[in-house]
Design a protein around this ligand. Sequence first.
Ligand code: ATP
Ligand code: MG
Length: 217
Amino acid sequence: MSPGTAKPRRIGVMGGTFDPIHNGHLVAASEVAHRFKLDGVIFVPTGRPWQKEGEHAADPSRHVSPAEHRYLMTVIATASNPQFTVSRVDIERAGVTYTVDTLRDLRRAYPGDDLFFITGADALETILNWHDWEDLFELARFIGVSRPGYELNATHLTEHLASKPADALQLIEIPALAISSTDCRARAGAGRPVWYLVPDGVVQYINKHGLYRKESQ
Ligand code: ATP
Ligand code: MG
């Protein structure tokens, strides 16, 4: 999507580690794009996710693949959809990735357009711990989507959203896909199939580069 036309566009932002990107991410973006009449969705692979830093870094289940692999898998997964694009803002920014910086960068790139940040129910539960979280709702509207295994509610946010417009955060049910990147990595590591959990090109990319094999970490 190129910045700067007169009519404000409605742009979805799907942030994630995407290690690897899977069909749960794609269905979430597609469903939100349809329901909210978005002009497009920008997928933004994180640089170094803050949730996977610090005391967690030693935990092998938190090992994060190099950003270039995650970026390329995201490009492969989204290439056939004319509404989907991939941004490098997070992987090119030095240091740990915070969503507030993602949104500030995209605001600068798309001044005057409306941003809709898409987040799963699990991530929504933790939003009050996000860096500079009060600013998030000034930068974008938030769409919380259902995810199997997590309750979709925002009661913990009610008080904080009281002064914001009614559409600052909207919650929607989407088709349930019980897929996680953690499970895809475990499957690939154990030689079990990830076909149909991730797009075909991503299966092939994982195999080509030997991602998630125990010896490759
Ligand atoms: P990991 O297991 O490594 O944390 P993940 O599957 O949770 O990976 P992320 O890259 O962490 O994927 O998630 C990016 C965003 O996509 C988050 O907002 C998350 O809640 C959402 N999401 C991930 N999987 C699903 C799913 N199956 N259904 C709905 N939303 C999802
Ligand atoms: Mg996750």
